[in-house]
Design a protein around this ligand. Structure first.
Ligand code: PGA
Length: 248
């Protein structure tokens, strides 16, 4: 059975000092966390002044696939490893749509991350237009196929299904839709990696998760946790979600 994961993607929020005291507050609010792994994903500047232990982990929001060199503005895996990063979000919809990352680049990053002990969280999801024009399945299949094309195995890979229209909008996909998409993702993983059991791959849901809908969403069979934006910035909201998942 997959241990649920609750990951907070802070995006471009919280200075280093704010971040470390936020993490202390969250941990201080949560006495017994046994059934869930909690991942904090601060901006890069907030990774080096935090020292936490399981079930709490650090995640990065991005990385580059080169080891070092003339890549202004980028960050390498070695740099993140030295900050004890254990997860990396790859291909978040904001990276795809604001910074124009394509499936090919995302595939290179995933291939590089998988050679370290860091676990990549590959984000997939359709835009509103893609959904309305009936292309959601094709888009997600392509994101999975290209994102994972350089891998021999799925071990250590996590997927996050995040419909773009649900991110930061207060709209959540219906439970039927989430069930359908998570099953579809598992079907494609099975098609791409025939030897592997797709039920061993964690699939997180993301898109306006909050303490009001977390209980219903984590009860869905194929949902193994959450990737949370807005609600991960608030101590009470985030700890409430962690508690809901922990108590499930
Ligand atoms: P949200 O963001 O929870 O604010 O919708 C989710 C995400 O971007 O991962």
């Amino acid at each position: 059975m997959i241990k649920p994961i609750v990951a907070g993607n802070w995006k471009m929020n919280k200075n280093p000092n704010e971040g470390s005291s936020f993490i202390n507050d969250v941990i201080g609010n949560l006495s017994e966390v046994e059934n869930v792994e909690v991942v904090f994903c601060p901006p890069f500047t907030g990774l080096n002044n935090v020292n936490i232990n399981p079930p709490y982990y650090l995640g990065a929001q991005n990385c580059y696939y080169k080891d070092n060199g003339a890549y202004t503005g980028e960050i390498s895996l070695n740099m993140l490893l030295e900050c004890n990063v254990q997860y990396i979000i790859i291909g978040h919809s904001e990276r795809r749509h604001i910074f124009f990352e394509d499936n090919e680049l995302i595939g290179k990053k995933i291939a590089k991350v998988i050679n370290t002990e860091i676990k990549p969280i590959l984000c997939v999801g359709e835009t509103k237009d893609e959904m309305n024009s009936g292309r959601a399945y094709d888009v997600i299949e392509e994101q999975l196929a290209k994102g994972l094309e350089n891998l021999k195995s799925l071990s250590n890979v996590l997927i996050a299904y995040e419909p773009v229209w649900a991110i930061g909008t207060g709209l959540t996909a219906s439970t039927d839709k989430i069930n359908e998409m998570h099953s579809f993702i598992r079907k494609i993983l099975n098609k791409l990696f025939k030897e592997e059991n797709p039920y061993r791959i964690p699939i997180l849901y993301g898109g306006s998760v909050n303490s009001g809908n977390a209980d219903e969403l984590i009860s869905l069979d194929g949902v193994n946790g959450f990737l949370i934006g807005g609600a991960s910035l608030d101590v009470v909201k985030f700890t409430d979600i962690v508690k809901i998942v922990n108590d499930k």
